[in-house]
Design a protein around this ligand. Structure first.
Ligand code: CA
Length: 335
């Protein structure tokens, strides 16, 4: 069983430095918070090092191919014309690294969301020139969600090129962080984790995907495909309720929320290897709407192959999730 995983992060120092140049150093942070952030970057070297860190892990887990993406978006503090340049460089560098191991890696483009027309063009360049297989977007752009009309050209182009857009978490709006996730009952480290990878940023991406559906974008672009990690970021369990609350009479959409979700959204585990989630999502969405993902290097489970291979699914379902769906949707062909 060939394994293709597709939430696998990558960094290059030149791009981090170009990005950081536009982010003023933050004021002195409390030690508790500094330690928290340090613990989060303990896998840092594996982001950069393909030969000695990434490939040995892939081999140990029998992963045939990773679809690489930059670990965080180009900062929304970078002016548009600079963002266009940095993204272009970022994609060129990623393409070079992929070319060193073309049978082991594919890529998701990084796009300058500051300039949606340029972002659409960059996506097209990456797909046509480098055979990248989609894009990964993270968080919002300057407090604007991507359902807003100015971003439409990016999704229109993705549909035209027949490549998916993967919605990934990022740090959430500080006002939401303060309101929902801080308390006199716990410290800054717990608040930071609660607001990010512990819960908050997953809730945030789940809402983002729902906003895309509510915006009617899938009526305009019925072929658009969205990838949502972490078993759909808390949304799948709520689909019946969403259908009950948001009938087409209320939303003005052509279909129920769950119909768009099951048709246009593809879900991955992002390294949360829970059998109950796997079986539930296959039952809900069908095995043809589940893709495989580890979230390397932030998560490095040692049962990537066994989790799927030893599950209760049929051989055909396992093959779809392991590689068949990725080959079909990301045009990784080969077979
Ligand atoms: Ca991730």
């Amino acid at each position: 069983m060939k394994l293709i995983t597709l939430e696998e992060h990558f960094l290059d120092k030149r791009i981090s430095e170009a990005n950081d140049a536009f982010n003023p150093p933050s004021p002195e942070q409390p030690k508790e918070l500094q330690d928290f952030y340090k613990s989060r970057i303990r896998f840092g070297q594996a982001l950069f090092d393909i030969k000695d860190k990434r490939l040995p892990y892939m081999d140990s887990q029998r992963i045939s191919m990773q679809v690489l993406s930059y670990t965080s978006p180009i900062s929304d503090k970078v002016p548009a014309h600079e963002a266009v340049k940095i993204c272009r460089q970022a994609n060129d560098i990623l393409a070079e690294r992929i070319a060193e191991y073309p049978d082991r890696f594919a890529g998701f483009a990084t796009l300058p969301m500051a300039d949606p027309k340029a972002a659409a063009d960059e996506l097209e360049r990456c797909v046509k020139e480098y055979h990248f297989c989609g894009t990964l977007v993270a968080g919002q752009y300057q407090e604007h969600f991507y359902d807003e009309p100015q971003f439409f050209p990016i999704f229109e182009r993705a549909e035209k090129l027949d490549v998916p857009v993967s919605f990934h978490p990022a740090l959430i709006n500080p006002r939401i962080q303060d309101f929902y996730f801080t308390s006199p009952n716990w410290g800054l480290a717990v608040a930071g984790q609660f607001a990010s990878a512990g819960y908050g940023w997953h809730m945030d991406v789940g809402i983002h995907v729902l906003r895309m559906i509510m915006s009617g974008i899938f009526d305009k672009l019925p072929g658009l495909k969205i990838i949502s990690g972490h078993w759909g970021e808390l949304v799948p369990a709520f689909l019946e309720r969403l259908d009950y609350m948001f009938s087409p009479e209320i939303t003005g959409l052509k279909k129920n929320i769950s119909e768009y979700y099951k048709e246009n959204v593809y879900v991955t585990p992002s390294g949360i290897f829970s059998s109950m989630q796997l079986e539930y999502l296959v039952k809900l969405m069908g095995a043809d709407h589940i893709l495989y993902a580890v979230d390397f290097p932030y998560i490095q489970p040692d049962n990537v192959y066994e989790f799927l291979d030893e599950s209760n699914l049929t051989r055909e379902q396992k093959e779809l999730i392991a590689h068949g769906n990725a080959e079909r949707i990301l045009h990784l062909g080969g077979n």
